[in-house]
Every structure is written in structure tokens, then in C-alpha cells.
Design a protein around this ligand. Structure first.
Ligand SMILES: Cc1cc2nc3c(=O)[nH]c(=O)nc-3n(C[C@H](O)[C@H](O)[C@H](O)COP(=O)(O)OP(=O)(O)OC[C@H]3O[C@@H](n4cnc5c(N)ncnc54)[C@H](O)[C@@H]3O)c2cc1C
Length: 390
């Protein structure tokens, strides 16, 4: 029987993974194995998912698990979002952009939206009718978010938005986009505001190319253009303009922790498939697991993965308790994604030439892992944030 990524590390379950969280994990794995994994190659080729998969995920309780029930969610916590992200990693369907929608986009609306905004958008995000994206990055502003140029000018009871964004996850499918804009360019960070654009409701919005990436093929990543896009001033997130930068800083720890979930779950899957492979594959008349190098290498990787998992679980416990501090969230993001790339690379090596063949899952993990060190704030920026706490 194939090694289960969920138990490859022989660790006890953390206290935050109680019965309802464990049930959600099992449900997510079953759903992804039945509905998404069989079609994954199709989505990889199309370089995006289809709306039907989103609606099915919604019908199966995998969207907005941590949003309150009165807004159509399941009333859970980050623990629930974590196990959905982990299920995606364990099943090998990490290109399905639901984790970003659930644990990154929806929380902005929950935390900063008015009652009316929450009632308007969250229930439709929970069904999958609205697909979320967050558009921060621009061609001239990535790490340096203060350099955002997209302009939102007030015109009566509307904002007129002009600018362009790039590298936006879910960009081809999203119809609810939180756009990072400048409402007052003179004020720098204090002139930044988050404005929701419901793309089905506006004119002047254009999707650019679905960008050609080296990995995460099924996850659409796009340029977006805003040409005199008009939205009601009621689409501003927060009670007044200029709060966008603070809102981003408050939400980025959860985004970074979520990237940690993606990292540790792929690490566990990489170990599971590699353990199975080295038991099967023979060289010099014996399974390659019998070579001491293979044993030592896997012993090292399992040890490192265990350290990573214990750290991640501890971060989740702290996050649920009182919100993870930005410095520890940066540590989790940088360290776990570095570890992910290292472990996946070493696991690929143990596959020999087969590891370089796309038909083996480790090959896709190798391509998909790389971007984890870049998005959500590069690992260099994470180190800058950590260094500031010294
Ligand atoms: C697949 C993918 C999906 C993405 N999804 C989204 C999304 O949904 N929404 C969104 O808004 N963005 C998204 N991004 C963008 C991502 O967050 C940015 O690419 C990232 O923040 C880095 O910005 P940049 O690409 O402009 O690199 P740059 O900022 O140009 O950085 C280039 C290099 O310089 C280094 N560097 C920059 N500043 C410093 C410094 N002060 N000190 C030391 N080194 C520094 C960086 O670490 C990096 O190595 C995505 C990117 C990718 C590739």
C-alpha cells in the first residue's frame, strides 16, 4: 500500500487538529481524489481550472471554511483552512487556487468589510460563484509595495481605477478582485487603499495573458488591466481611505503561514512517494533503499521534515490563539519553503532519471516548489523583516 503523506512523519496530531478539523481534512482528501486529481492533467494543459470545479468545491464545504456561518461559511478557524491547504498538497492538487481564495482573500472582506459588503460577497464566495484574487504586484512594484501606481480617484460616489497588475493568482477566473490602489499618491503608504472590483459588474477591466510559468501550471497567473474602471465608493475596504497598507501588513502573516502549510504538505508527499519508490526500484540486485546512502539521506530528510512540521504546527496554534506575529510568520514562510525546495530536490535525486520525467509526481513537485520562495514576499524580504526584530 502507498505511504500516506499524512502519517509519513510518525508525529502525534497537534491539539488544534481536533475531530471536526480531522473530519474536514478527510473530506477534503476524498473530494480532491475523486473530483480533482483525475482531471488534474487536463487543468495543467489548459493552464487553469474550470468554474465547475470551484462550484463543486463550494458544494462540498471546501470554500470559506473559516468564515462565519451567517455569511455562508462553515464557522471554522485557520485550522480548517490549514487542513484544506494540506489536503491539496498531500493529494498533489496544489494548483487549485482555493486556499488563496479562502485564507487570503475572504479574510480581508471579513475583517475590513462593512456588514453590507460581507453579506454581499462572502456567501457567493462560499458557493464558488465568486472566485477571489488579490492584486498587489505591478510590473514596477513587487517587493516594494509602496511603489504601487494603480490609481483610484474619487468621482462622485464612484472610484475611477487606472493601472495594471501582474502575476495575479486566479487572474483568469477571478471575478472578485481586491485591488491595491493609491487613493492619495502624495501620502505614500498612507495613501494606499484596498478596493474590491467585481469584474462582472464593470467596464474597462481586461485580463492579460495567462502567464507561461515553469511550474504550478494549472494555477492561472495573469496580468490585469484597469482602464477607467468605475466602482461604487462603497467598494472601499475599511471605514476610510488610506488604511490599505496597514490592512495588508495585518493580513500578510496568515498568507505567509498558509504558504508554510503548502510547503510542509508537499514535503510530506515528496517523502511518501520517495519512500515507496526506493523500496520498489532495484539497482545492483537490491532495492535502492538498501544502500546506506539512501537510508542516511532519507533519515536526514525525515528529521528535517519533522522539525519543520513541529514548527509549523506550533505557528498554527499561536495563530489561532492570538494571531501569529509577523516575524515568526516570516520565519515560517522563508524556512519552510527553503526546506521544501531542498527536500524535493533530494527526493528527485533518489528517483534517478525517472525523477526528471513528468510522469513521476516528484518531477511536478520540483517545478511547483520553486515559486514558494518568491511569492507572498520573497525569502530575502522575509529575512529583512526578521532582521528588524534583532
Ligand atoms: C506564480 C506567482 C503567483 C503570484 N501571485 C500573486 C498574487 O496573487 N497577487 C500578487 O499581488 N502578487 C503575486 N505574485 C507576485 C509576487 O508576490 C512577487 O513576484 C514577489 O513579491 C516579488 O516581487 P518581484 O517579482 O517584483 O521581484 P523584485 O521585487 O523585483 O525582486 C527581485 C529580487 O530582488 C530581491 N530584493 C528586492 N528587494 C530587496 C531588498 N530590499 N533586499 C534584498 N533583496 C531584495 C528579491 O528578493 C528578489 O530576489 C505572484 C508571483 C508568482 C511568480
Amino acid at each position: 500500500m502507498a505511504t500516506d503523506p499524512a502519517s509519513v512523519l510518525s508525529l502525534p496530531k497537534p491539539a488544534w487538529a481536533g475531530d471536526d478539523v480531522a473530519m474536514l481534512y478527510d473530506m477534503a482528501v476524498r473530494f480532491l481524489e475523486a473530483e480533482i486529481a483525475p482531471r488534474y492533467e487536463e487543468f495543467e494543459k489548459a493552464e487553469k481550472f474550470d468554474r465547475e470545479s470551484w462550484l463543486k468545491a463550494g458544494a462540498n464545504g471546501l470554500l470559506c471554511a473559516s468564515m462565519p456561518e451567517k455569511y455562508g461559511g462553515s464557522g471554522g478557524t485557520y485550522a480548517h483552512e490549514s487542513v484544506i491547504a494540506e489536503a491539496l498538497g498531500h493529494v498533489g492538487t496544489d494548483g487549485f487556487g482555493i486556499a488563496l481564495h479562502n485564507a487570503i482573500v475572504a479574510p480581508y472582506i471579513l475583517h475590513y468589510g462593512s456588514e453590507e459588503q460581507k453579506r454581499k460577497w462572502l456567501p457567493r464566495m462560499a458557493t464558488g460563484e465568486l472566485i477571489g484574487a488579490i492584486a498587489m504586484t505591478e510590473p514596477g512594484a513587487g517587493s516594494d509595495l509602496q511603489g504601487v501606481k494603480t490609481r483610484a480617484e474619487k468621482d462622485g460616489n464612484q472610484y475611477r481605477i487606472n493601472g495594471s497588475k501582474t502575476f495575479i493568482t486566479n487572474g483568469q477566473l477571478a471575478n472578485l478582485i481586491i485591488v491595491v490602489t493609491k487613493t492619495d499618491p502624495e501620502k505614500g503608504a498612507k495613501g494606499t487603499s484596498l478596493i474590491v472590483v467585481e469584474t462582472d459588474e464593470v467596464e474597462g477591466f481586461e485580463r492579460g495573458r495567462n502567464l507561461d510559468k515553469i511550474g504550478l501550471k494549472s494555477n492561472d497567473t495573469s496580468e490585469l488591466f484597469f482602464n477607467d474602471v468605475r466602482v461604487p465608493t462603497a467598494n472601499l475596504l475599511g471605514s476610510e481611505e488610506g488604511q490599505g497598507f496597514v490592512q495588508l501588513m495585518q493580513q500578510l502573516p496568515q498568507e505567509r503561514l498558509l504558504i508554510g502549510a503548502q510547503a510542509i504538505s508537499m514535503i510530506e508527499r515528496a517523502l511518501a512517494v520517495t519512500i515507496d519508490y526506493v523500496k520498489e526500484r532495484k539497482a545492483f540486485g537490491k532495492p535502492i533503499l538498501d544502500f546506506q546512502n539512501t537510508q542516511f539521506k532519507l533519515a536526514e530528510l525525515k528529521t528535517e521534515a519533522t522539525v519543520g512540521r513541529v514548527f509549523y504546527d506550533n505557528c498554527v496554534a499561536r495563530h489561532i490563539e492570538s494571531g501569529l506575529d509577523p516575524v515568526t510568520a516570516s520565519m515560517a514562510k522563508y524556512w519552510l519553503t527553503d526546506l521544501q525546495c531542498k527536500i524535493v530536490d533530494e527526493c528527485l535525486q533518489l528517483h534517478g532519471g525517472y525523477g526528471y520525467m513528468n510522469e513521476y509526481p516528484i518531477a511536478r513537485m520540483y517545478r511547483d516548489a520553486r515559486v514558494q520562495k518568491i511569492y507572498g514576499g520573497t525569502n530575502e524580504i522575509m529575512k529583512l523583516l526578521i532582521a528588524r526584530s534583532l
